[in-house]
Design a binder for this molecule. Structure first.
Ligand code: MF3
Ligand code: CO
Length: 248
C-alpha cells in the first residue's frame, strides 16, 4: 500500500528535505583532495545533530555511519573511513535525516578537483536522468513511467542503469512502498496520485549495469570496475506537478 501524505505531512517532509539539502551543501563545500571520508561523515553528523535531527542511516540494518560516501567505481553504500579523496575522483554522497518523524533522502555525485571528460559526462547524464524521472512523477502517470524516462535517457547516452538497487516511497519510514526501478517499460504499475512521496535515485555506470557487494557487506561496486554516479531526490506528487522536497 502506498501511503498518501496530507498537506501538513508534506510541509513536515519539506523541512526534512531542506535539512538534508543543507547538509549536502556543508559536505560539498568540504570536498577537496586530501580530506578523509570520515571527516565528511563527521561534518554531516554535527550539522544534522545541531539542527535537532538524526541521521536516517546510522544503525539502519547495522549501518555504521551517518552518510554513505562512494568513490569512483563504488556505486552506493560506501562506508566513510580513513580513505582520502584524490584529485580526479568522483564521489557520491548519500545523506538521509529524520526530522520530527519524517525522512528525507538525497544523493549527489561531486567531482574532486578536475575530473576526466567521461567522468564529467557521467555526472551530467545522471543528474539529467534524475530530472527526467522527476518530470515523470506526475499525477495520472503510472509508476513505471519514471523508470522508463530514466532508462531511455541514460541508454541514449550509451551509459547503463543499475538494476539491483531501486528508489522507494518515503515518509515516516525511509523505505516505504513502492519500489521504484530506474528501468522498465512505460505504462505499468500503480497510477501516481497527489500525496505520494517518492525517493527517485538513478545509479548510472559507464560500463555494464552489473554490480557486486564487497566483503564489508555494504559497499556496492560496478562488476567491471567502471565509474558510477548516483543522484537522488525526495519528490512529492502534487496537483501542481512534482515538488522536490530535498531543496535548501
Ligand atoms: N539512499 C539510500 C537508500 O535509499 C541510503 C541507504 S544507506 C543505509 O536506501 F545505510 F541506510 F542503508
Ligand atoms: Co534512497
Amino acid at each position: 500500500m502506498i501511503v498518501l501524505k496530507s498537506e501538513d505531512e508534506l510541509r513536515a517532509m519539506r523541512e526534512a528535505g531542506r535539512l538534508v539539502a543543507r547538509t549536502h551543501a556543508v559536505v560539498q563545500a568540504a570536498i577537496r583532495p586530501g580530506i578523509t571520508t570520515a571527516s565528511l561523515d563527521a561534518l554531516a553528523e554535527e550539522y544534522i545533530r545541531n539542527h535537532g535531527a538524526l541521521s536516517a542511516f546510522k544503525g539502519y540494518n547495522g549501518y555504521p555511519s551517518n552518510i554513505c560516501v562512494s568513490i569512483n567505481e563504488e556505486v552506493v553504500h560506501g562506508i566513510p573511513g580513513s580513505r582520502t579523496l584524490k584529485e580526479g575522483d568522483i564521489v557520491s554522497i548519500d545523506i538521509g535525516a529524520v526530522v520530527d518523524g519524517f525522512y528525507g533522502d538525497m544523493a549527489r555525485t561531486y567531482p574532486v578537483g578536475e575530473v576526466s571528460a567521461e567522468a564529467e559526462q557521467l555526472i551530467a547524464v545522471t543528474k539529467k536522468a534524475l530530472a527526467k524521472g522527476v518530470a515523470a512523477a506526475v499525477a495520472g502517470n503510472r509508476l513505471s513511467d519514471i523508470g522508463h524516462a530514466v532508462q531511455s535517457y541514460v541508454e541514449a547516452h550509451n551509459l547503463s542503469v543499475v538494476r539491483d538497487f531501486v528508489g522507494h516511497g518515503i515518509g515516516r519510514s525511509m523505505h516505504e512502498a513502492p519500489q521504484i526501478p530506474n528501468f522498465g517499460r512505460p505504462g505499468r504499475g500503480p497510477r501516481l496520485k497527489p500525496g505520494m512521496v517518492l525517493a527517485i535515485e538513478p545509479m548510472v555506470n559507464i560500463g555494464g549495469w552489473e554490480v557486486i557487494v564487497l566483503s564489508d557487506n555494504w559497499t556496492v561496486v560496478t562488476a567491471d570496475g567502471s565509474l558510477s554516479a548516483h543522484f537522488e531526490d525526495t519528490v512529492a506528487v502534487t496537483e501542481d506537478g512534482p515538488l522536490i522536497l530535498t531543496q535548501a
